[in-house]
Design a protein around this ligand. Sequence first.
Ligand code: HEC
Length: 240
Amino acid sequence: MFRRLRTIRARHWIHLVSLAGVAFAATGCHIDMWYQSKKVAQDENEFFRDGKADRLPVAGTVARGELRHDDAFFTGRVDGKLITDLPARVEVSKELLERGKERYTIFCSHCHGAAGDGKGMIAQRGLSLRRPPASFHTDRLREMPLGHFYEVISNGFGVMYQQGTRIDSGVGAEKGKMDRWAIVAYIRALQLSQYYDASGLSAEEQEKLGIPAPEQIEWKNAFTEAQKKAAGSKPEEGGH
Ligand code: HEC
């Protein structure tokens, strides 16, 4: 009885193993799926009239998650006019500025400098362009609507190439990615850091920043005036 069972089992196994062998031979040896003929980005393709393999999105369609219905956010303009403030959906926060600082350091600081004064390492040591990288601390750029900075990052400006292909525009902003605006916010913070009207701060805050108190300034001015007068009233010594 037992012996019979064993012989059945042995036969069973032989069948199974040979079946697996056939299955392996039928599938495993074929690599056509691996090396299938296909077109990769920038390939030629005679099938289409323009000879390109890449296809543009079909006119009038929007890919899922790519809807750009917020002009201020996606272009920096509303009705053709640059927006002066951040778009409504960008909230200024410590995280936004930190992200902006990080992205600015990676993508802009080598030309524009860590302080935004246009004195990055590349500008100082290697880059020779018709015009040097701009300093953000000019009156013109200090007063510039924020939309302009978004536009410069997205499209470039003069001899500066666009950065739009590397820096997230905010597609998928729902997930918190809005790197161009984060950089814009950080640039404005840099501008304020170098040119802030400190008269609005309390005396204590001003002292912390090392800003002399008004009476100190008056006193200093009076002192230099007195010095000048004293120097002026001195008899000329030999002349030069
Ligand atoms: C390879 C060097 C380089 C890099 C990197 C670079 N810039 Fe510039 N940028 C320039 C130069 C050069 C100019 C001056 C262009 C001109 O006047 O023709 C400029 C000009 C500007 C201006 C002034 C535009 C105006 O109205 O005068 C802004 C704003 C600006 N860049 C922002 C940025 C930001 C933000 C980044 C990073 C995302 C960046 N740039 C990265 C070289 C660079």
